[in-house]
Design a protein around this ligand. Structure first.
Ligand code: NDP
Length: 286
């Protein structure tokens, strides 16, 4: 293997320690810890486990965790009232609506009701618009974590060719914008892109945000390419693989995030950092 491993676990540990100290400081000054409210509609086991992991992560750094668990079958109007209430509540600094919502609930309408100053998932149309215009905003956690890894490993971005595979609002699109703001020349590929291998082969920086196990293989990479793999794909045997075939890619890449242990651990730290930033007055003045 030739590639440098971009180690998300090591970075997450450093970030956690820095956040714990900053939050202690904030809490001592303001007599109140920053508070994150997670709104969840019951019924999804994967969501349950994610919410538990957020709760633990909050506890580890001293953020107050408020779990607003709504019963399965909750009406859209009730969900919207809860989000409006939390947006207006001065005791709450950050709001995260756990997605996906059960069928019958409109996620877009619900997310849009979150006060953008508390939008710690960077999910509202306002946050997306601010990011698109290069204005200060709370960033979506997953792409923010990918950028943090690139920064910590001092990977040069200006003038580099970047290919982001995947165009979701929460991962692919914001990642492309963040790379663009760092002066990379960015291409976004998706399911209708013909000859994905030829597109990926042009990239100095390859970002995978697809949800297809091992879609990107070593033979698709330019030698020395930097590879950021956001993919989380659970296999039947309970193991997790990325969107990149790690074994073949690591032979060709200059640096690569492993799965697990790459982008995943950094994502939650970005959420916690957003909560602190929102509590401090945020990217957007409150
Ligand atoms: P989505 O399903 O919303 O988007 C997937 C994207 O991949 C779409 O834009 C789709 O194209 C594109 N795509 C699908 N098949 C192909 C293909 N064969 N070739 C090229 N592009 C393709 O997924 P998310 O963005 O929400 O998540 C992406 C991955 O990141 C998943 O594995 C998810 O589990 C993971 N994830 C990781 C997180 C982390 O912390 N590391 C957090 C959140 C997600 P089109 O638009 O044309 O349909």
């Amino acid at each position: 293997m030739n590639a440098t491993i971009l180690d998300g676990r090591v970075l997450a540990k450093q970030l956690r320690e820095g956040l714990r100290a900053a939050i202690l400081d904030f809490t001592a000054t303001h007599r109140n810890a920053p508070a994150l409210a997670v709104v969840q509609v019951s019924g999804d086991a994967a969501s349950d486990s994610y919410v538990r992991s957020i709760s633990k992560a909050c506890e580890a750094v001293g953020i107050r965790f408020i779990h607003q668990l709504l019963p399965a079958g909750t009406a859209q109007a009730t969900l919207e009232a809860v989000l409006k209430g939390l947006s207006a509540n001065r005791e709450v600094d950050g709001i995260l609506l756990q997605l996906p919502l059960p069928s019958g609930l409109n996620a877009h309408r619900a997310v849009a009701l979150i006060d953008p100053r508390k939008d710690v998932d960077g999910a509202t149309p306002t946050s997306a618009g601010l990011l698109a215009q290069g204005l200060p905003s709370l960033l979506p956690n997953t792409p923010a974590g990918g950028m943090e890894l690139l920064r910590r490993y001092t990977i040069p971005l200006a003038g580099k060719r970047a290919v982001v595979v995947g165009r979701s609002n929460i991962v692919g699109k914001p990642m492309a914008l963040l790379l663009l703001h760092e002066h990379a020349t960015v291409t976004i590929a998706h399911s209708r892109t013909p000859d994905l291998a030829a597109v990926v082969r042009e990239a100095d920086i390859v970002v995978a945000a697809v949800g297809k196990p091992r879609l990107i293989t070593g033979d698709m990479l330019k030698p020395g390419a930097i590879v950021i793999d956001f993919g989380i794909n659970m296999r039947d045997d309970g193991t997790m693989v990325g969107d990149v075939d790690f074994a073949s890619a690591a032979e060709v890449a200059g640096a690569i995030t492993p799965v697990p242990g790459g982008t995943g651990p950094v994502t939650n730290m970005m959420l916690l950092r957003n909560v602190l930033q929102a509590a401090q007055g945020g990217a957007i003045a409150r």
